[in-house]
Write a protein that binds this ligand. Sequence first.
Ligand code: FAD
Length: 440
Amino acid sequence: MAVGWEKEMRDLLGEEGLLLDSDSRERLSKDYFWYSPVLNRKLKDKSADGIVVPKDEKEVALALSFAYRHQIPVTVRGAGTGNYGQAVPLMGGIVLDLSRLDQIVEIGDGYARVGCGVRLGTLEKRAREVGQELRIYPSTFVKATVGGFVSGGSGGIGSITWGNLWDGNVLEAVIYTMELIPRRLVVRGKELYDYIHNYGTTGVMTEVTVPLAPRKEWTQAIAQFDRFDQAAQFGEALAKDETVGKRLISPVEWPIPSYFIPFVKVLEPGAAAVLMEIEDGTLERVAAIAGRFGGRIGHVIEAAQYRKSIGLSDFTWNHTTLWALKTDPTITYLQAGFSPEKYLDQIAQIKNEFGDEVLLHFEWMRGGGRLTPSSLPIIRYRSEERLYEIVRFFESIGVRVFDPHTWVLDHGGRGDIAGMQRKKAENDPLGLLNPGKIIT
Ligand code: FAD
């Protein structure tokens, strides 16, 4: 394919710095937007004109300056595991694949400084080898990059203890602006808010420093309950119990556990399940708390087996939707924040209104210091109209919905858009960074 700028780009970055074949353009222009039938219809045919693959920060700056001169849109890509079409180039142009910026620069006491293309799974492994571990990471950690998580994610495993990305879980970032001579910014503190979950619209992140926690040993266990409300309440009690270290508390309504094919044979049919990562040595205490809500501990994976086989986190957060989709391809999902005070009532109202059309699972987490039952409810999809009827019902009973069926940051519930819009005008005056993802 001739894009007019092929030769100049090859002169800048060499043969392996530019991919123009249709397979690469197709593959590297997509993320996991297909979880949403709404997004799938609108995004499936979008593709970049070329994929630029810089090998270091210097080449990132060269590529950005080149794109500015030619006024070519640039959409950054980490591993492409986002769910909202964040990494899809709506207006063609360049996809800037940063997966080769994969150097772990430094692991210090309580922090790691890394290239944005480092995979979270790789960093977790290296950190654990030196007695530390990540504080938070998404359930896609094996593939997802640190830069992609900071720019497109929110929270995940560990968020029950450490909160989400905005809770001090990014310490510093190196950002390049989209200008004739891209500026290299080193951003810290509250200034990071203009770059966290920004879809790469306000700058291109090349290096990130994240805090690390001391390494703990994690037992994985499943508690089972006759009813989902019992499972959810147990989750709350465990979340509040400060004697138990934890990374994950995920209550799941039946029949969702029946979708977890690798674990079905060790699960009680018909029971709600709570998937947990708890500090080694606390199982007895956790069993006692479960007992208070009529629960019992079922399958346990000993701490010595951590990461040696498929783990329970592979069934939580948006991986729950993935397992459901394997059984029923018509399924989709929402993202919701239930009320910490009224969630039992909200569960009852949703079940009463929608029955099995909406299946619930929670991820207990802390956001801004507040304990919240966040949720990615599974929806049996009928139509876009019906989907938004469900959204309106959720909102009418005080459940906050962060719409995952839009690629526009402003519509997805991201806070402080005005600050990001100002930063975009400053750092990307021609509006070339991931155009269409933020309203300017
Ligand atoms: P990408 O998808 O490549 O990029 C994400 C966004 O950031 C895009 O807009 C991209 O343009 C931009 N971007 C990427 N790198 C940079 C950079 N260096 N500079 C500037 N912009 C950049 N998310 C969670 O938060 N928690 C979860 O638990 C979770 N679970 C998931 C489960 C499943 C099954 C799936 C499919 C997705 C899940 N996600 C989750 C979403 C996603 O996997 C994560 O947010 C992941 O961290 C994204 O990383 P990535 O490298 O794939 O980013």
